[in-house]
Design a protein around this ligand. Structure first.
Ligand code: ARG
Ligand code: ZN
Length: 838
């Protein structure tokens, strides 16, 4: 059941056009398909089809005799198919009972689909693979006001998509929906109707998504020269959705969490995510849809590139420095963690059992970093030339990473064969930096090691672009940024200089590596105060904080005065962007510290890490005590709520300061802030502070105010789990799962309790009595019976198990063994197998 990249072969018989007639019914939907088939080589045609009841099967208008085909629960094989023919099937399916949320399903009375990666086979028999691209005609029959599919609407309920596409981009939506609409005229003069479809009552929360869509369309024209290609672009908000959103051609389907926003219900973070995800899905129209993937091993071809594009977009819309810091925080929290454990895999995996298990931080986020490095290596002009060639050469095709890289080789003349190792070698490279300064020559020796990962050892050095610059001891710039290409195991940078310089290395986080650079506190303080590279200013502060926290955990030290002074100074630095200051004041996460300790050969104790972070937070609060009131007043935003980055930055810093104040006043300031809040950002900040202060009294009022609103209640659920004391977290989470409004079948709600514990309260999850592990395993088994994809994804919470002490390892291992011993889905079995090292 393992699929290998090396086994790729094109289909012997392809499908060039799909004609669908769908008669919707909750338990007995009938899907009639007419596939225009064409032979392109020898062999039998094997169509995919799962959980389908066959009603009819005809070839060129005649019922197919039993000896001409073989039907199993997964495939339909045609024997002796002619060179060109029309295959007709009628399938019966049951969307209402589909809780896997893959294929055609129902969410709150509306029909919708999710076909990526292999959901189309649950709708009808078809070659369900990305290298089969067909045009589509779709007719939907249902007694519902809104009937949508891909392409342009040719008559009510009838859709034609002229752009050949793979099955995974198919979509169908039907329901009682209303649209918020707008228009966009493309640079080619095409008039495009834009609609955001929501349930009646939600129209007032669509404005930001619509605006983000228009800005995305304009940006892709300006920056990549890419224009939209249909007369309509539809977005639909769906409450039950496994992932963030889906780029179906002309009909993007979104988790409602990433569409609906109003100041009262959404936080600044929600707004930023909506902007980024709307852009991401829109950008897929060119990077994913017009040019798609040959096979699922090439997933990063569309995802890494499209994440890179959405990050560029957000950087342009907001503060580039703040965006970069946020992206790197995410990368380290999710991808470095993945790359360091049993689930490590290359950006382009070479085998899989269930492809849904490879929609990972490595494919997406590390995939985006690889594009960023490529751009740094060939320069902005080379990057643009390579992209232009890619769009010109491969429009309408299903491509590979080799096709992509070849465009950059042809456009720039650069040999990218060594660079290509980033796609095949897993594991986060470690780069050590050693400095010397002697006889007026400063020297930095850089060494790289790519660590072993499951199934991969003895790796080859990679091309690592290391951006660097030099400052003098007073913080003045000695050498502006340049890029050193570390392409061998060792490389040396040399500069003649009369005084000892301060090195700022890996500026802008120019490569996804772990840097080991024994820099003095004095140098780090210079960088924190003066580096011209804002990312490295933040990074210097982070390194200082991390060193303190590690020492607090490992040696029981207390935070030192010089560090606290530096932090206090930064907090008061009116010349620095509030959003930046908020990031610089935040301490490294508990999981980050656990990983750092583990790498340093210390077994992390989750309770000790939690306690150290609390102690550091209190020390910072005390150091800033006399300024907190004034600093908070300076962050006050006047006028009505606006989600713009500047106001959001002020609110973010205010929230950090409020959290510090709460450590000193037991919640007085937070209670006042909760009462005064006129938007969800401020309200959540105050609510979570109060939960941390052990005062859940506002939880009741919050619930009364918002019990009618699923998305807001998701926040309410999650906050109580994330911000409770570690020894109470499992109990609170368990209590929440017993409520009537805890609907595990809804992925957002499931994540807001189970995910909030595993990812949001590490010390709670890792309680040494094993209660967190048992709680997760119980829920994985329950979830797996409904929604295997969701269960498999959530199971990754166990992937760090080898970091911990023998007792915790035994407890986790026992839960993994227990899960493996049950009859579980292929999805969950693959994940558990990899984590157990089977
Ligand atoms: N292509 C979508 C996106 O990145 C993700 C959909 C993945 N869904 C899944 N079930 N694997 O925007
Ligand atoms: Zn994507």
């Amino acid at each position: 059941e393992t699929v290998y990249l090396k086994d790729y072969a094109p289909v012997p018989v392809t499908v060039t056009h799909v004609d669908l007639h769908v008669r919707l019914d909750p338990r007995a939907t009938e899907v009639s398909a007419r596939l225009t088939c064409k032979r392109q080589g020898p062999g039998e045609m094997v169509l995919n089809g799962e959980q389908l009841e066959m009603v009819a099967l005809r070839l060129d208008g005649k019922d197919l005799p039993a000896d001409r085909y073989t039907l199993t629960d997964k495939t339909l094989t045609l024997h002796d198919a002619p060179d060109a023919f029309l295959l007709e099937t009628v399938a019966r399916i049951s969307p209402e009972t589909n809780k896997a949320l893959e294929g055609l399903y129902m969410s709150n009375g509306m029909y919708c689909t999710q076909c990526e990666a292999e959901g189309f086979r649950r709708i009808t028999w078809m070659l369900d693979r990305p290298d089969v691209m067909a045009t589509y005609d779709v007719e939907i029959e249902a007694d519902l006001p809104v009937l949508l599919s891909n392409g342009d609407e040719v008559a009510p309920g009838k859709w034609h998509d002229p752009w050949p596409k793979p099955t995974y981009l198919f979509a169908l939506v039907a329901g009682n929906l209303v649209a918020a609409s707008d228009r966009f005229t493309t640079m080619e003069g095409r008039e495009v109707a834009l609609n955001v479809w929501v349930r009646p009552g939600d129209e007032g929360r669509t404005g930001y998504a619509l605006d983000a869509l228009k800005r995305s369309m304009a940006w892709d024209e300006q920056v990549y020269g890419r224009a939209y290609d249909l007369s309509v672009f539809n977005i639909v908000a769906v409450d039950d959705f496994n992932m963030g959103a889906m780029e179906n051609k002309g009909l993007n389907v979104f988790n409602s969490k990433y569409v609906l926003a109003s100041p009262e219900t959404a936080t600044d973070t929600d707004y930023a995510l909506i902007e980024g995800i709307v852009a991401h899905e829109y950008f897929h129209n060119w990077t994913g849809n017009r040019i798609t993937c040959r096979d699922w091993f090439q997933l990063c071809l569309k995802e890494g590139l499209t994440v890179f594009r959405d990050q560029q977009f957000s950087a342009d819309m907001r503060s580039a420095a703040v965006q970069r810091i946020g992206d790197v925080l995410q990368l380290r929290a999710r991808q470095f963690r993945e790359d360091a454990g049993p689930l490590a895999h290359p950006v382009r995996p070479e085998s899989f059992v269930e492809i849904n298990n490879f929609y990972t931080a490595t494919v997406y986020e590390k995939g985006a970093e690889v594009i960023g490095m490529l751009r740094r290596l060939v320069g902005p002009d080379g990057y643009q030339a390579g992209c232009d060639l890619y769009f010109e050469r491969h429009d309408g095709q299903a491509c590979t990473i080799e096709d992509w890289l070849k465009c950059f080789e042809d456009a720039t003349g650069r040999d990218l064969s060594q660079f290509a190792l980033w796609y095949s070698q897993a594991g986060t490279p470690r780069v050590t930096v050693e400095e010397s300064w002697e006889d007026g020559v400063w020297r930095a020796t850089l060494r790289q090691v790519v660590p072993d990962t499951p199934g991969q050892t003895d790796k080859i050095p990679m091309t690592i672009p290391v951006a660097w610059g030099l400052l003098d001891a007073d913080g003045a710039e000695l050498r502006p940024t340049e890029v050193f290409e570390l392409s061998e195991a060792e490389g040396v940078i040399e500069v003649e200089t009369a005084s000892r310089p301060v090195l700022s290395v890996l500026r802008g986080f120019s490569a996804p590596v772990i840097l080991e650079h024994d820099q003095s506190d004095a140098d780090r303080l210079v960088l924190l105060a003066h580096d011209t590279d804002p990312f490295n200013r933040w990074e210097a502060g982070r390194a200082l904080a991390k060193a303190r926290l590690v020492a607090m955990v490992a040696e029981g030290t207390a935070p030192d005065a010089p560090w606290l002074e530096a932090i206090a100074k930064l907090a008061r630095d009116e010349t620095a962007d509030p959003a930046f200051r908020a990031l610089a004041l935040a301490l490294p996460s508990e999981d980050d510290l656990a990983q750092t300790l583990h790498v340093g050969g210390i077994v992390p104790d989750p309770d000790a890490i939690h306690a150290a972070r609390e102690a550091a937070g209190l020390a910072i609060a005390q150091a800033l005590a006399s300024d907190l009131g004034e600093l908070r007043r300076a962050m006050r935003v006047t006028g009505p709520y606006d989600a713009n980055a500047e106001d959001a930055g002020k609110r973010a810093l205010d929230a950090v300061l409020l959290r510090l104040a709460t450590r000193l006043d037991g919640g007085d300031a937070a209670r006042a802030a909760y009462g005064a809040a006129d938007n969800m950002t401020d309200r959540m900040a105050a609510f979570t502070c109060l939960l941390e202060a052990g005062d859940p009294s506002v939880a009741k009022a919050f619930e009364e105010d918002w019990k009618h609103d699923r998305l807001v209640m998701d926040k309410w659920f999650a906050a109580q789990v994330m911000h409770s004391a570690p020894d109470r977290a499992v109990g609170i989470a368990t209590g929440l799962t017993r409520r009537d409004d805890f609907d595990a079948a809804n992925p957002n709600r499931f994540r807001s309790v189970i995910g909030a514990l595993t990812a949001g309260n590490p010390a709670g999850f890792h309680q040494k009595d094993g209660s967190g592990y048992r709680f997760l395993a119980d829920w994985l088994l329950k979830m797996d019976a409904m929604n295997p994809q969701m269960a498999a994804r959530m199971s990754t919470a166990f992937d760090t198990w080898r970091r911990y002490d023998a007792d915790r390892q035994d407890l986790i291992r026992a839960q993994l063994d227990r899960i493996a011993g049950e009859s579980i889905s292929r999805d969950l079995a693959e994940m558990v197998g990899r984590m157990r090292g089977a």
